[in-house]
Design a protein around this ligand. Sequence first.
Ligand SMILES: *Cc1c(COP(=O)(O)O)cnc(C)c1O
Length: 385
Amino acid sequence: MAKFIYLDNAATTPCDPRVVKAMLPFFTEKFGNASSLHQAGRETRSAIDSSRDIVAKFFNVEPEEVIFTGSGTEADMLGVKGILEGVHDRTGKTHVITSAIEHKAVLNLVYDLEKRGFQITVLPVDKYGRISPDDVKKAITGYTALVSIMAANSEIGTTQPIKDIGKICREKGVFFHTDAVQLVGKVKIDLQEDLIDALSLSAHKFHGPKGVGALIVRKNVPLRPQILGGGQEKRRRAATENTPGIVGLAAALQLCEEYLEKPKDKMVLGDYLVERVLKEISGSILNGHPDKRLRTHVNFSFPGVEGESLLLRLDLEGVCASTGSACSAGSLEPSHVLLACGILPELANCSLRLTLSRDTTKKEIDQAIIILKKVVAELREMSVL
Ligand SMILES: *Cc1c(COP(=O)(O)O)cnc(C)c1O
């Protein structure tokens, strides 16, 4: 029996042991700097090249369209600020469009860009957290350089009409970046078919190592590097390559392929959790879209039960959950995503996020439901007193 039931896979996932195994030689025997011309360096270079090929194939792009970064956050920075500045340098365009439910990696970045003279439009979402492609269309002006809309939300799991948005951007001659950190590894993404110009991903969200991500960016997209120094990543991201991380990222992605083909089990398990909680815990509300969602991501509100207290009580009982994004946890601020969906702060503060992974078992879900029912009942009783 594991020491806890881990239902916080949107915050991070355990690294797959097969991924760790693929990484290990690159800490010790195969430690060369990929920029070195000797055989130790060439060995590492070749491992990075193969990893890049794997990632490129996965998203149906060319290997040189893959830029490895140090995180999903950094991929977002390069994908949003790097493209905006790249386009601005060439055309003078100053406008970026994004949404109110983006990850803080994008939101705080665009607010900072606004302070420095760029124009931003932060689009609203409907009560399910969906962005309307029509709103995107209306927001595009002659000054718009870039649209950045996340593929799937980390807090409520809602997925976006990415291809429709991509199509609008193509028609208007505007570049389209998507933060796909939560979607990658769960749903097939083809950059060409889905009309995406740039996409961010992070290995630790799909059973890879922490501290490595990638920006996939099409050849025709102007990009201003954000980390200057050596000529690594074709002068688009300086710093000695994190070889173990890159090898791990590619290995983790390759393993996902196997799970993409039969995602049914987990879909059923996530839906099973939703069904049972809605039925067995009175007054519970499912946040996010009822079906345009990641099946692994479940977010409830339990009116009268404060989310932080619920989280702490669940933790004592051995269930790891979240009230929203890990970054805003502990800050007691209601989630910006739930507020953007029009959920009142009182109710947003009563939310609980449970996120599954391919490792989650039915036994764990059954156990978690028993504990959740007990804890919610106890907290409701206390709040009545
Ligand atoms: C986790 C996450 C990020 C940040 O990725 P890191 O590798 O942790 O920096 C960005 N966007 C979304 C949607 C995420 O879930």
